[in-house]
Design a protein around this ligand. Structure first.
Ligand SMILES: Cc1cc2nc3c(=O)[nH]c(=O)nc-3n(C[C@H](O)[C@H](O)[C@H](O)COP(=O)(O)O)c2cc1C
Length: 355
């Protein structure tokens, strides 16, 4: 019997198999970030995953990065997500919500009127973001958060965890990769602060650590995960020593007895992110990036206590677990419909392998 289909316990989360659906932003919420029936159907279709990590979701309007990206800040968001979690649970699935504060990655053309972008330091990210109202726009020049405001954003994360629990989620995952707010604090290139949230790596890790600590206090450490990707430079982030900085945050996070660390392979060949995670965080790992039916089993043999997450294969293969179990071919997905509104390329992929 393959390890892939063996159950696994990660904190309070009991996975029926080790095939996790990785978080994917798909921009199918309404303009206010409220999930509807379509999102419930999409996640329910994928509920045989051992665990679904639902897409990056903002804890407050300030943290919104993308159009039609869902939120978990209002009663309407909670009610919308409740339909999603009910649909997944009705099919026996397990689902956590990824909490994603975008920080400087965003535009005032996307957020509600009068809401500005914030960051550890007033440094504008290079690049542009697609808006529904005026097309491609440069990222906002962010305003640097005051120390008191940083503490308030930490509390927003605790509230987001409580809201996620009310919406029926089995837990939450903090998005600590890809140049969003926790990574903006973590990285020396985006964090020039001189208060307790900037300077040495131990201080740059403090924001993410405090978010995790408060989320854990709110809903229980065994229901809180963290996602990291050492060496990631996405969204114009850079760090003087990404491996050492990530090792520091992993060590801090390990003191919290969290459910898991979801670690993506490093983009640099000389940095073994999985080994870094094992030595500084421990055994409760979800490994990601580039897994497929051909290499998954071998990866688990090297990391027998871990689960593997799959993102792109879940787009065209809602029944990925069955297909892998039966050795059936996988369907490719259409890039053009990744982020477009509506069912096409979202819930339209069939739930069985082509004959
Ligand atoms: C359409 C799309 C949206 C994504 N959105 C998110 C996201 O919201 N949060 C996140 O942490 N990663 C996101 N990712 C990254 C994936 O979770 C995953 O790390 C990446 O695709 C590599 O895994 P794979 O090789 O199995 O596809 C996204 C990837 C894709 C393709």
């Amino acid at each position: 019997m393959s390890l892939l289909f063996e159950p696994l316990v990660l904190g309070e989360l009991r996975l029926a198999n080790r095939i996790v659906m990785a978080p994917m932003t798909r921009n199918r919420a309404d303009p206010d970030g409220v999930p509807g029936e379509l999102m419930a159907e999409y996640y329910a279709q994928r509920s045989e995953a051992g665990l679904i990590v639902a897409e990056g979701t903002w804890p407050s309007a300030v943290g919104q990065s993308y159009c039609r990206q869902p939120g978990i800040a209002s009663a309407a968001h909670i009610a919308g997500w409740k339909r999603v979690t009910d649909a997944v649970h009705a099919r026996g699935g397990l689902i956590v919500l990824q909490i994603m504060h975008g920080g400087r990655i965003g535009s005032h053309h996307i957020k509600p009127a009068g809401i500005e972008s914030v960051a550890p330091s007033a440094l504008q990210a290079a690049g542009e973001v697609m808006t529904d109202s005026v097309g491609m726009q440069p990222y906002d020049m962010p305003r640097a958060l005051t120390t008191a405001e940083v503490r308030a954003v930490v509390q927003e994360h605790a509230q987001a965890a409580l809201n996620a629990r009310e919406a029926g989620f089995d837990g939450v995952e903090l998005h600590g990769t890809s140049g969003y707010l926790p990574m903006q604090f973590l990285s020396s290139g985006t964090n020039l602060r001189t208060d307790e949230y900037g300077g040495a790596a131990s201080k740059r890790a403090r924001f993410a650590f405090e978010c995790l600590r408060e989320m854990a206090a709110a809903i229980g450490a065994g229901r809180v995960g963290l996602r990291l990707n050492p060496g990631n430079t996405y969204n114009d982030t850079s760090d003087e020593d990404s491996a050492a900085t990530h090792a520091e945050l992993m060590r801090q996070a390990a003191t919290l007895d969290l459910a898991y660390l979801h670690v993506m392979r490093a983009p640099l060949p000389e940095l073994d992110a999985f080994a870094l995670a094992r030595s500084h965080f421990g055994e409760r790992l979800i490994l990601n990036d580039g897994f497929d039916p051909g290499n998954a089993e071998q990866a688990l043999q090297s990391h027998p206590g871990a689960a593997l997450s799959f993102a792109r294969h879940f787009i065209g293969n809602p029944d990925l677990v069955s297909r892998m179990r039966l050795g059936q071919p996988l369907t490719r997905f259409d890039r053009k419909t990744l982020y477009t509104p509506g069912a096409a390329g979202y819930t339209s992929y069939p739930n069985s392998a082509p004959a």
